[in-house]
Design a binder for this molecule. Structure first.
Ligand code: DSN
Length: 406
C-alpha cells in the first residue's frame, strides 16, 4: 500500500525543517545513518530481557546491537554500566525512582519554573504525586542555583534522591557541589544530563561521572541520536537499574532505537563531534552577546551551554505571542516560564532558545548577530501585530538556510 497522505505530510515536514531556523533547545538533526537505523526492520522484533537473557528467540543480531550500544555508551561517557532501553527521558527517570526509592520517600529536584523537569518531583507529575517532593530554586539576583538553599533543604528533609539538571538551565551544572551535599545527607545524586549529554561527550561541559551515582539522559538532544534514553551508573546500582527498566517498568526494548543510539554514540566518539559540541556553545555565547546588545534580558545574564532563556518582561509582551511570531518568521522556539514568573505557565514571560540544531546545520558565530537581529525584529513586529514584517523575515531565513542543506 502507498499511503500518500502520510508520505506527503512527512515530505512537507522535511521541507519545513529545511526552511526553518530550528531553535528549540532540545531538538537537533540526526545523521542519515541514525535515521536509517531508526527506520530499519529492527522495529519488527520483540526482545524482552537483556543480551544473552531474552524471553523471545531470534536474537542473534539484536544482542550484538544492544551490546554495541552499551559498550559505546560506557566508553564514551566513562561509566561502569549503561542501560540503553528506556523509551525516553521520563520513563528513564521513573526507573530511577523504582530502583532506588519507595512511594512516599522524600526526593529533591529543581522546581519546574526554575528550569527543572517535571519528573524531578513537580506536583503534576507522578513523581510529585507518589513521592514527597522538595524543590530547590535559583537565586532571584543571579538566576543560578543557590547551594546554601540546596544544602539547607537537604539537611532538613533528608531526601533519598537529589536530581541535578533540568530543561531550562543556561549555566554549567556544578556536579561536585551537588555530590558533596548528597554525600552529607546520604542521598543518591541523579544527574539528569538530557540537555547537555552531547556537550559532555564532546568535552564542552564537565561530566558528572565520579560525582553522581546515577546518570540519566535522553539521546536526541545535544547528543544527536534518535528519540530514546539511557541510564548510566556505577556497578553498585547496575542490577537495581536494569531490574527497574525491565521488568519493572517496560516491556520489549525498541530495537530500532537501540541500533540508532549505537550509531549516534559511534558518531559522538569522533573528533568532529568535539568540534560540533564546542561550536554549539560558541554559537550560544555569540547569540547571547548579540541579544544583550539589542536590549534583551537573559535569565542569569547569559549562557555557558547551548541554551538561552529570554525574559521578555521588560519588552511588554509575553513569551507565547513572541514564540508564535517567531514561528511565522521561520524561527522555531518554545515559550517558557522564567524563574519567579508572574505570568501563567501557558502564557509565561520567557522564550527558550537553543543552538544545537543550527550548529548541526553548519551555522557559526558569524551568523549569530543576524539571528539576534531577526529575533529582535520579530519581537517588534509581534508588538505591532505586523504579519508582513514576520513574513519578510521568514523569507530572509529561508534564503540563508538554502546555503546550509540538512
Ligand atoms: N521536552 C524536553 C525539553 O524540551 O527540554 C524536556 O523533557
Amino acid at each position: 500500500m502507498h499511503d500518500s497522505q502520510v508520505f506527503d505530510l512527512i515530505r512537507a515536514e522535511t521541507q519545513r525543517q529545511h526552511d526553518t531556523l530550528r531553535m528549540i533547545a532540545s531538538e537537533n538533526y540526526v545523521s542519515r545513518a541514525v535515521l536509517e537505523a531508526t527506520g530499519s526492520v529492527l522495529t519488527n522484533k520483540y526482545s524482552e530481557g537483556y543480551p544473552g537473557k531474552r524471553y523471545y528467540e531470534g536474537q542473534r543480531f539484536i544482542d550484538p546491537i544492544e551490546e554495541l550500544a552499551i559498550e559505546r555508551a560506557k566508553s564514551l561517557f566513562g561509566v561502569e554500566h549503561a542501560n540503553v532501553q528506556p523509551y525516553s527521558g521520563s520513563p528513564a527517570n521513573l526507573a530511577v525512582y523504582l530502583a532506588l526509592a519507595k512511594p512516599g520517600d522524600t526526593v529533591m529536584g529543581m522546581a519546574l519554573p526554575m528550569g527543572g523537569h517535571l519528573t524531578h518531583g513537580w506536583p503534576v507529575s507522578a513523581t510529585g504525586a507518589w513521592f514527597k517532593p522538595v524543590q530547590y530554586t535559583v537565586r532571584r539576583d543571579t538566576g543560578r542555583v543557590d547551594f546554601d538553599e540546596v544544602r539547607d533543604l537537604a539537611l532538613r528533609s533528608r531526601p533519598r534522591l537529589i536530581f541535578a539538571g533540568g530543561t531550562a538551565i543556561p549555566r554549567t551544572i556544578d556536579f561536585p557541589r551537588f555530590a558533596e551535599i548528597a554525600r552529607e545527607v546520604d542521598a543518591v545524586l541523579v544527574a539528569d544530563i538530557a540537555h547537555i549529554a552531547g556537550l559532555i561527550a564532546g568535552g564542552a561541559h564537565p561530566s558528572p561521572v565520579g560525582h553522581a551515582g546515577i546518570i540519566s539522559t535522553t539521546t536526541h538532544k545535544t547528543l544527536r541520536g534518535p528519540r530514546g534514553a539511557m541510564l548510566m551508573c556505577d556497578a553498585e546500582h547496575a542490577k537495581a537499574i536494569d531490574k527497574a527498566v525491565f521488568p519493572g517498568l517496560q516491556g520489549g526494548p525498541h530495537n530500532h532505537t537501540t541500533a540508532a543510539i549505537a550509531v549516534a554514540l559511534g558518531e559522538a566518539a569522533l573528533p568532529s563531534f568535539r568540534v560540533y559540541a564546542e561550536q554549539v556553545v560558541a554559537n550560544a555565547r555569540a547569540l547571547a552577546t548579540a541579544l544583550i546588545e539589542r536590549g534583551f534580558d537573559l535569565v542569569s545574564g547569559g549562557t555557558d551551554n547551548h541554551l538561552i532563556l529570554l525574559d521578555l518582561t521588560g519588552k511588554g509582551i509575553g513569551g507565547k505571542p513572541v514564540a508564535k511570531a517567531l514561528d511565522r518568521a521561520g524561527i522555531e522556539t518554545n515559550y517558557n516560564t522564567v524563574p519567579y514568573d508572574t505570568r501563567k505557565p501557558f502564557d509565561p514571560s520567557g522564550v527558550r532558545l537553543g543552538t544545537p540544531a543550527l550548529t548541526t546545520r553548519g551555522l557559526t558565530e558569524a551568523q549569530m548577530p543576524q539571528v539576534a537581529n531577526w529575533i529582535s525584529r520579530a519581537v517588534d513586529a509581534a508588538l505591532k501585530s505586523d504579519d508582513e514584517a514576520l513574513d519578510t523575515i521568514a523569507g530572509e531565513v529561508r534564503d540563508l538556510l538554502s546555503a546550509y542543506p540538512i
